[in-house]
Design a protein around this ligand. Structure first.
Ligand SMILES: Cc1cc2nc3c(=O)[nH]c(=O)nc-3n(C[C@H](O)[C@H](O)[C@H](O)COP(=O)(O)OP(=O)(O)OC[C@H]3O[C@@H](n4cnc5c(N)ncnc54)[C@H](O)[C@@H]3O)c2cc1C
Length: 457
């Protein structure tokens, strides 16, 4: 037996993937989106970050492929780049260049606008999913107040549903909507890092990067809070980002953008940018930081309502996790809905929200550990974790490609298990007692990658 009707608020990545997750078990899924959705990959108001560089982590890519089989092929058809995220991308940390070696974490590089358009096209092809242009303004509850039964729309109409998923993003009003039904709204925790971004689309000169380098990461660090990233985004183009934490203004215009890239800890990206053809002007963007709304901790909550994506956890974008978190949540929701009894849906929404907890804890806590190291970061509702006891892992990763790849797997798969394996632990112990120092200190010279069999994940 199927559930009758699900409503999803918002047709961003979180909303689209939620619809893919619910469609197999619901007779109808309606996505309500306030923007008029373009047919092609053009920018729109509701997703202001759409023109900024977006990285898809391996866990997110795998989850989207499972929800929408064949999506990787659609991205390839749309011109996406395909690269080994640890061998082909050089990464500069506060301890120097990280060693590069082959991995199983291959990812697509494509612009966010193209990614969202291809996902949207697939969702439009699901027969029981419709997308309607509506703005949701509130929720309605059952007579006893314990079940959300409908969304209210601008203009005073309402649409009933068995399950309502809020995927309305970073500016979600769902806390107020729930409060208006008489519930204590969930607590929100914030890490305020004042991040400024500026992304430009460029065509690099053929000789801009050595043949073994497809991209370069030099994220901000507490010592060097201005960073830069360069990655392929398909059709032979690259995106370059100038990014800074604890900053007040994003660089606007090419001259400011290039000057900002000069402040990054490696000159490699600025050099490539100076000789590149700019396809468009840098797009500035400013964001406060990470905000986690603890929906899973509500003591009393109505049934029939789930929040996903940025509406739950809007992250510091420098870690490139938001879309992947939304994809993992959608997959989790799909599995719980698949095994639920449509005749007895009580508690389903709570189980779904609770099941997101471990992913959210991992991602939030790792971001907190990094962001709290920046002196101007302020924390609201959370404590600063103790500083790391040792920096051995990062130092060893400058010379041992297996440790470097294991470390990247931690970020790509939201799990600490890759660095806890006996082989990796033995390498860490041996290095710690050797008294060696980080390698590759010259920021202008990217070391060559190591060869070998990809480290299994
Ligand atoms: C500068 C920047 C860079 C980023 N880089 C990365 C990255 O590299 N990798 C990564 O994975 N993530 C990145 N992110 C995060 C990523 O953009 C988000 O995590 C992701 O878009 C979340 O998707 P969502 O569907 O939850 O929200 P959104 O994509 O914001 O979509 C929300 C949708 O809801 C609609 N909506 C809002 N209110 C209503 C309403 N009341 N009624 C109807 N519709 C409504 C909006 O119009 C919009 O379409 C970045 C974010 C920023 C700001």
């Amino acid at each position: 037996m199927a559930f009758d009707h699900a409503v999803v608020v918002g047709a961003g990545i979180g909303g689209l993937l939620s619809a893919a997750a619910l469609a197999p078990r619901f007779d109808r899924v309606t996505i309500l989106e306030r923007d008029e959705l373009p047919a092609d990959a053009t920018h729109r108001r509701g997703v202001p970050q759409g023109e900024q560089m977006h990285v898809l982590l391996a866990i997110g890519q795998d989850a989207i492929e499972e929800l929408l089989p064949g999506i990787g092929a659609a991205w390839a058809d749309a011109g996406a780049a395909w690269f080994d995220s640890t061998r082909d991308v050089a990464s500069f940390s506060s301890q120097g260049w990280t060693a590069r070696g082959p991995s199983e974490a291959w990812t697509y590089g494509l612009r966010r606008l193209v990614l969202e358009r291809t996902v949207r096209d697939r969702i439009r092809g699901i027969p029981n999913v419709t997308i309607e242009q509506e703005t949701v303004t509130g929720l309605r509850a059952s007579r006893d107040g314990m079940r959300v039964t409908a969304v209210e729309l601008r203009g005073d109409s309402a649409i009933e549903a068995d399950l309502i998923v809020d995927a309305s993003g970073r500016t979600s009003h769902a806390r107020e909507w729930i409060a208006a039904l008489g519930f204590e709204p969930p607590v929100a925790h914030e890490i305020v890092s004042d991040i400024v971004y500026s992304t430009a689309l460029v065509r690099l000169r053929d000789d801009a990067l050595r043949a073994d380098i497809r991209g370069v990461l030099a994220p901000p660090t507490p010592i060097s809070p201005r960073g830069a990233v360069l990655l392929p985004c398909g059709d032979g183009l690259h995106q370059i980002v100038a990014v800074a934490q604890n900053a007040s203004r994003a660089p606007a215009g090419r001259d400011e953008f290039l000057a900002e890239l000069d402040e990054a800890p490696t000159p490699v990206i600025a050099d490539a940018a100076r000789r590149a053809e700019f396809v468009d002007d840098p797009k500035p963007f400013k964001i406060r930081g990470t905000r986690r709304t603890r929906w899973e901790d509500m003591a009393s909550r109505p049934d029939g309502f789930v929040a996903v994506g940025d509406a739950v956890l809007a992250l510091n974008p420098i870690y490139g996790q938001g879309m992947s978190v939304a994809a993992v949540e959608a997959l989790t929701m799909r599995d719980l809905v698949a095994s639920a009894d449509a005749a007895d849906p009580a508690g389903l929404a709570r189980r779904i929200q609770e099941a997101f907890r471990s992913t959210l804890d991992f991602v939030f806590d790792s971001g907190l550990r990094s962001d709290a190291r920046f002196s101007a970061t302020t924390l609201h509702g959370v404590e600063a974790p103790p500083p790391p006891k040792s920096r051995v892992l990062g130092a060893l990763a400058t010379e041992d490609w297996k440790v470097a790849v294991a470390l990247r797997y931690v970020s790509h798969y939201f799990s600490a298990a890759p660095v806890q394996r006996p082989e990796i632990r033995a390498r860490i112990r041996a290095w710690s007692s050797s008294g060696r120092r980080p390698r590759n200190p010259d920021p202008a010279v990217v070391p060559k990658p190591f060869d070998g069999q990809p480290l299994p994940r």
